[in-house]
Design a protein around this ligand. Structure first.
Ligand SMILES: Cc1cc2nc3c(=O)[nH]c(=O)nc-3n(C[C@H](O)[C@H](O)[C@H](O)COP(=O)(O)OP(=O)(O)OC[C@H]3O[C@@H](n4cnc5c(N)ncnc54)[C@H](O)[C@@H]3O)c2cc1C
Length: 446
């Protein structure tokens, strides 16, 4: 139960301006921190109590890391920022005219929160390009729950393959299909390849995990289309070396309990993973702003909404054009936008006019393709190999949210590098029996 006078709804006369930030991802946290020294009351709202380092989610999904190693409690992360309050809640409505938002808080109900400035940093969710029915069979990778569900799906497939004596079912369980060869698809596929050839070696008696098939489907003509073609070729070569089958120019027509139909051919698979596309979080729709095809808000050069100087959208939820091209949906862009808006609001509170429009500084783009190989594109520099892999590892370690994350990830990586073992091989919840496994059970008991 809430007190009758909720301090977030009722404002004291003469109170400091309140900046409400929805989303404690890269952009939201950066915006909050940029407001640390401002004379504002900052309220950071997220539906989860933790900030996630999404670039390493694929390692949680493939049992290299545990969920807590790439996440940090938002309250702990921002404990030293005295002007900041954290609310755990799901924002379900935004009333721009009355300057309020509705947040559903667990165990409490709906809280109304007033704002003077609003920063929407709610990121994206997987997009199935109008085929939401695929979601039930092909999970996307966006948060820790997704990563754990994928890990369970992958590890369970081997258990079911080991248990069945139906050859077709065994093959289906050992077929892994990933839809979309962007960085997440490539990183996941390569990591699964190493799981089956190295980590699971000698662990089963009826099956050899190394005989699994990993198929990466891509609608475009190459893997990693956001990188230069020369780097795509390098990555494709590396994937082939790891045993990943890459099929480009194929359209997925259907995903169901039996697998995928792509380019007119059925690929039987018990594990189909969706790494294809993203759409902006639905909160953006509530702002009444024009959006691009992926539902991202079309913002002004100062990242505010047209006609709304105090309402901003940043990070993956915003569509920002620079020099005629969209700013990419990557962590660096989200951090820079969040920081920019935090500073801009701080200046506005001090009575200063905003000086310059937002400009994204591209510090380079990286993708990892299994152990010992990564690619890097930074301006004219296009490179790939072992040294780049070490740079990738170093950069990602430094970027983790807390020292304790860095420490734990570093030791897991070292252990995994030296032994090939992965320490989070946990099946959280046994999957329900399939028809084939039920049939096997009946044979055994009859
Ligand atoms: C699997 C994966 C791998 C990636 N790899 C890389 C990489 O290697 N390099 C790179 O630069 N980028 C990578 N990215 C992209 C990068 O993570 C995003 O660009 C970045 O996270 C965007 O930051 P954001 O703050 O806009 O959104 P997010 O980080 O997604 O944060 C959004 C936050 O809003 C919260 N939220 C959403 N809706 C609500 C609501 N209604 N109420 C309350 N809270 C809400 C969410 O819980 C979340 O905490 C990857 C993304 C994924 C999913």
């Amino acid at each position: 139960m809430l007190a009758e006078t909720d301090p977030f709804e009722i404002r004291a006369p003469g109170a400091r301006p309140r900046v409400v930030i929805i989303g404690a991802g890269f952009a939201g946290v950066a915006a909050a921190r940029a407001l640390k020294r401002s004379d504002a009351e900052v309220v950071l709202i997220d539906r989860r109590n933790h900030h996630i380092f999404q670039p390493l989610l694929y390692q949680v999904a493939t049992a290299v890391l545990a969920p807590s190693e790439i996440a940090a409690p938002i309250r702990q992360l921002e404990a030293k920022q005295a002007n900041l309050n954290v609310i755990l809640g799901d924002v379900v409505d935004v009333d721009s005219a009355h300057r309020t938002i509705d947040t559903v808080c667990p165990g409490i109900g709906t809280r109304k929160v007033q704002f003077d400035f609003l920063v929407v940093a709610t990121g994206t969710r997987p997009s199935y390009f109008g085929h939401d029915e695929f979601a039930a069979f092909a999970p996307g990778l966006k948060n820790l729950a997704d990563a754990e569900a994928i890990r369970t799906k992958i590890l369970s497939a081997f258990e079911m393959a080991e248990a069945t004596d139906d050859e077709n079912e065994r093959a289906r369980q050992m077929n892994f299909v990933l839809v979309g060869a962007g960085p997440t698809g490539v990183e996941l596929a390569a990591s699964i390849a190493q799981l089956v050839t190295v980590t699971l070696r000698g662990n089963f008696r009826q099956i050899d995990p190394a005989t699994s098939t990993i198929t990466l489907l891509e609608g475009g003509d190459r893997v990693l289309p956001s990188f230069a073609p020369s780097l795509s070729r390098k990555a494709a070569k590396r994937l082939a070396k790891l045993g990943v089958k890459v099929l480009t120019g194929v359209k997925v027509e259907r995903v169901d309990a039996q697998g995928v139909i792509a380019g007119g051919t059925r690929i039987p698979s018990a594990t189909v993973l969706w790494t294809a596309g993203v759409a902006a979080s639905p909160i953006v729709q509530l702002l009444g702003v024009k959006t691009d095809r992926a539902g991202r808000a079309l913002v002004e050069p100062f990242l505010n909404l047209p006609g709304e100087p105090n309402i901003f959208v940043v990070g993956d939820a915003a569509s920002v054009q620079q020099d005629g091209r969209p700013v990419p949906g990557v962590a660096q862009a989200a951090i820079q936008q969040g920081r920019y808006v935090g500073r801009l609001i701080s200046d506005q509170i001090r009575g200063r006019e905003p000086k310059r429009a937002f400009r994204y500084r591209d510090k380079g783009n990286m993708a990892v393709v299994g152990k010992n190989f990564a690619i890097l594109e930074a301006g004219h520099l296009k490179t790939g190999g072992l040294l780049t892999w070490f740079i990738w590892a170093f950069v990602h370690l430094l970027a983790l949210p807390q020292l304790q994350n860095r420490w734990r990830v570093q030791s897991q990586w070292l252990w995994s590098y030296l032994t090939g073992q992965r320490s989070s091989r946990l099946i959280s919840e046994a999957p329900p029996p399939t028809n084939a496994s039920q049939a096997t059970k009946q044979t055994l008991t009859s």
